[in-house]
Design a protein around this ligand. Structure first.
Ligand SMILES: [Zn+2]
Length: 388
């Protein structure tokens, strides 16, 4: 019971950044002295601090606020993509304290090279952390299917990896507990915990640079399917007259709305990168005719895809992330109109569309939350396991 209460207080402080003792007392239905006692134990453990809040409590007593101890504990969060690798140090409370983007635009398909690059960067971030700050774990976001029970990376098609104990290898190398999850699932959870989907339980996040993936939350939990393959929304066949997809089908959502689709529609070379992609969107915003038409065509197919997802999942919110988020911000009306035409009235009336609130940090935020989970469940026990 005590363990549960300590975990609840720490989770509240972590998620909200600060919590008054009065509010914790009211929320948890415990008396003031019990809350005081629990907070004292978390303070003693170096996890939180108490400070007087600016607002005065009842009877003129200054109310005490509980905040994360900034130099107390942190986790390492890794966002591995096909062509990007970022490692960050994230503090209790969710602040990204330090972040390294390792050799942008490099190909990360060599497993040994990748594990070493991640481990070296983690070591560097740990050395740069304030002395006394404790690292309680590492969270990894990967572009592949992860077996939930033991974290085995089953299949990462765009990296060419099959059945790799990626998390375990890195955990051993760093001597830290390592947890690993699919990038789309983590993106959706991150938006749910700290982003545009905060407060919503039924969420679809569409994202992706090269391929298009979906992170789907049903009742606040990731929808994974039998083998972890659920959410492959990039291969919804939206345009039977469309281009050949790398999956063998034609006119998949991915071929119609991926970054290359916009480049191709605007007469640019596919594969010419995000700078070229943003240039097309900027020129569309400035009214350049070819770019306006290209953005509108791609936005239309994006809306068709959104409509299918709205009919299938009846979500509270559909979030467009990454390049799709940038496209959405430039073409919101076109996307909304196409989505409306391809969805039923009832679920359409219940859904909001939004661009990601976390941007390129979504996977880092999600991976950090994953790594914090054991501490939030059992703060004192987790710390003592680390000391041992
Ligand atoms: Zn396909």
């Amino acid at each position: 019971m005590r363990r549960h209460n300590l975990g609840t207080i720490l989770t509240e402080v972590h998620r909200h950044g600060h919590r008054s003792r009065a509010l914790l007392t009211a929320e948890m239905g415990l008396n003031r002295s019990t809350i005081g006692d629990l907070v004292a134990e978390l303070t003693e453990a170096g996890l939180v601090l108490q400070r007087s809040a600016s607002a005065q409590g009842r009877a003129g007593r200054p109310s005490l606020e509980v905040v994360p101890f900034p130099e107390g504990v942190y986790v390492l969060a890794v966002d591995l993509g096909v062509r990007h690798l970022a490692v960050a140090r994230v503090g209790l409370g969710g602040d990204v304290l330090d972040r390294v983007d390792v050799e942008p635009e490099r190909d990360w398909s060599d497993l040994d090279v990748t594990v070493e690059a991640i481990a070296d960067t983690c070591d560097r971030l740990r050395r740069a952390a304030p002395s006394g700050a404790r690292c309680v774990g590492v969270g990894l976001s990967v572009p592949g299917v992860v077996r939930h029970e033991d974290g085995l990376l089953r299949f990462a098609p765009n990296l060419g990896w099959t059945d790799v104990p990626f998390g375990a290898r890195l955990g051993e190398r760093l001597d830290l507990p390592a947890v690993i999850a699919n990038d789309a699932d983590l993106g959706a959870l991150a938006e749910h915990w700290r982003g545009a989907a905060a407060g919503y339980e039924h969420v679809v996040v569409m994202s992706g640079e090269i391929g298009i993936g979906g992170g789907i939350l049903v009742g606040g939990r990731p929808l994974r399917g039998r083998g972890g393959y659920a959410g492959e929304i990039g291969h919804l066949r939206v345009n039977p007259d469309g281009r050949l997809c790398r999956c063998g089908s034609t006119g998949c959502l991915e071929t119609e709305v991926g970054a290359d689709a916009l480049l191709r529609e605007a007469g640019r070379r596919p594969g010419s990168g995000m700078d070229a992609y943003r240039d097309v969107l900027a020129k569309a915003a400035a009214g350049e005719r070819d770019c306006v038409a290209a953005a509108a065509r791609v936005a239309n197919w994006l809306g068709v895809g959104v409509g299918i997802l709205v009919n299938t999942f009846n979500p509270d919110i559909v979030i467009l992330a990454g390049p799709l988020g940038e496209l959405y911000q430039a073409t919101a009306d076109t996307v909304a109109e196409a989505a409306a035409q391809s969805s039923l009235v009832a679920p359409r009336e219940q859904v909001r569309l939004a661009a990601s609130a976390l941007g390129p940090d979504a996977q880092i935020v999600g991976a950090a939350e994953l790594a914090f989970e054991p501490l939030l469940e059992d703060p004192i026990g987790t710390l003592s396991r680390h000391a041992a």
